[in-house]
Write a protein that binds this ligand. Structure first.
Ligand SMILES: [Zn+2]
Ligand SMILES: [Zn+2]
Length: 241
């Protein structure tokens, strides 16, 4: 299986990342990536760009070096009731919205609260993709949450960067992917690159998927048309809210 879209990538607009949009697109093209989503942090994160960053992304061409560029955001889950830290009007206009839990924004609580938080995000029409749920810092009831993601039509991210950074990533990735297979929830395999060279590089996640014989048809970004069909339907659903 080959990943042909990378839908979670940072640029120097988030100051703990080190490549520009142009550098990312150029490397993506050389790595055989067809769709690249630029997803810098929403403003509540300490290193996030100013909110104007997200309102002006039309300045970026839709295609660079033959790579389709999506103008996205990694929004922050900001409470345990399904809230995101961005204005709905702004989220409606984005191409792609990832919802992630980050410690500087959302202090970890307990398993029941984390589970309630993810079920709330499942019900939030502005969220397209459940961002890096593997982190053991936010342990939750995987089965209850994955069933909610299925019910409300979300995709679940399997995040390569977690393997280097987030404790518990390997075990939790295996558990969450297994449940996505069981309930037929689509997944997206992302690098969460903070430097261009990481784009499209997801060996640890692909090893987990091979281990459990995960069906390729549920991996949205193993096929550009499959991913774009999902992304377009999510964008239309957000615009209609
Ligand atoms: Zn993140
Ligand atoms: Zn990220």
């Amino acid at each position: 299986m080959k990943i042909v879209c990378d839908t979670h990538v940072h640029t120097i607009a988030s100051t703990h990342a080190y490549s520009t949009v142009l550098e990312n697109a150029q490397f993506a093209a050389s790595a055989g990536i067809k769709v690249l989503a630029i997803t810098d942090h929403a403003p509540t994160m300490p290193d996030a760009p100013h909110i104007w960053h997200f309102g002006n992304m039309d300045a970026i061409p839709d295609t660079l070096f033959g790579v389709r560029i999506l103008k996205g955001i990694e929004a922050n889950v900001c409470d345990y009731e399904g809230g995101l830290d961005m204005d709905v009007g702004m989220l409606r206009g984005m191409d792609w919205v990832i919802a992630s839990m980050h410690e500087p924004v959302l202090p970890p609580a307990d398993r029941a609260a984390h589970t309630r938080g993810w079920i709330g995000i499942a019900q939030n029409p502005m969220a397209d993709l459940i961002g890096h749920p593997e982190s053991a810092v936010y342990e939750f009831d995987h089965e209850a949450a994955v069933r909610a993601f299925k019910e409300y039509g979300k995709a679940v991210e399997l995040n390569e960067h977690s393997f280097a950074l987030r404790p518990g990533a390997a075990e939790n990735c295996l558990s969450i992917a297994g449940l996505c297979k069981k309930y037929e929830v689509p997944v997206v395999v992302n690098s969460d690159a903070h430097f261009a060279y990481a784009i499209g590089q997801t060996p640890n996640v692909l090893r987990v998927l091979a281990e459990i014989r995960f069906p390729e048809k549920l991996v949205l970004n193993a096929d550009a048309d499959r991913f774009l069909a999902f992304q377009q339907s999510r964008k239309a659903a957000r615009a209609g809210c």
